[in-house]
Design a protein around this ligand. Structure first.
Ligand SMILES: [Zn+2]
Length: 65
């Protein structure tokens, strides 16, 4: 029973990650996303910006295959 409970907790984690990624962790405002294509590295750089805090909260890079 304890093991089952732990599995359920783990399943909830991805949802929290998504919530943090789309909303500012400081004020909860929905983030604005910008995508920059880096043709030299064949990658797309994604940046999240909070208009309320004026901070860039996250950036990630996707490689084009
Ligand atoms: Zn914010």
């Amino acid at each position: 029973m304890t093991a089952l409970k732990n599995n359920l907790v783990k399943l909830d984690e991805p949802l929290e990650v998504v919530e943090n990624f789309t909303h500012c962790c400081l004020c909860g405002t929905q983030l604005e996303f910008t995508h920059t294509v880096d043709y030299g590295n064949l990658a797309i750089k994604e940046e999240a910006f909070c208009p309320a805090c004026s901070i860039q909260t996250k950036s990630s890079t996707f490689t084009l295959q």
